[in-house]
Design a protein. Structure first.
Length: 213
């Protein structure tokens, strides 16, 4: 997990050189175009202002990798376009077992390398991240995995995995189409198939999984 205070420590020498004086927290907040009171709250809660940091780096043509990944300062001339920001719905649990009623929550944001998303096949503008909960999709999707969902892919393809809402509950399941019938299948054989009784809303196709060992 990134630490905002550590990121600020890397910003301050850059601003010190730019301002010809020792850069303070107020100078950092001003450079990021963040009101100082809000900036102090972000420091206290470790809420990282990804968009503001990305714009700071873009405007000065430095690599955002220096702030987040400790890349050596002599590499600062690299461009910043390899890092993108996705909505991370930290409080949303995509059920890998029973459904969960918790989809409408305010997302956070997380920075990732865009080449990872290219590899997964997700769309930059429509991919979001949720947490997996339960063991019904093991071994393919483990409990507490990060699940990448492309919300632009809502047309059901047979045997693909989707995040979907039915009867107000959120599931992450393999969708099986049999003529006009849709069933939701778990990879863990101890869980039976689910035949949705109400309206089904496809949130998006699962394009990737990041599992914590």
């Amino acid at each position: 997990m990134f630490n905002l205070r550590e990121i600020i420590k890397k910003l301050q020498p850059l601003l010190t050189k730019e301002l010809n004086k020792r850069a303070t927290y107020k100078d950092v907040a001003k450079a990021l175009n963040i009101p100082y009171n809000r900036f102090k709250q972000q420091l206290f809660k470790n809420h990282i202002p990804y968009k503001e940091l990305m714009y700071f780096c873009y405007k000065r043509k430095i690599s955002i990798n220096y702030l987040f990944f400790g890349q050596l300062p002599e590499s600062l001339i690299e461009n910043t376009t390899n890092i993108i920001v996705l909505n991370y719905n930290k409080g949303i649990l995509g059920s890998l077992g029973d459904g969960l009623i918790n989809y409408e929550l305010e997302p956070l944001q997380i920075a990732i390398d865009k080449y990872l998303l290219d590899y997964l096949g997700g769309n930059y503008k429509s991919t979001e991240i949720i947490n997996g909960y339960g063991d019904s999709m093991e071994p393919f999707i483990s409990d507490k995995s990060l699940i990448f969902i492309d919300k632009s892919q809502t047309n059901i393809l047979d045997k693909r995995i989707y995040a979907l809402l039915t009867d107000g509950e959120l599931f992450v399941k393999q969708c099986i189409k049999k003529e006009d019938i849709l069933l939701l299948r778990s990879f863990n054989k101890k869980y039976p198939d689910i035949y949705p009784q109400g309206k089904v809303k496809i949130i998006g196709k699962v394009v990737g999984i990041l599992t914590r060992l």
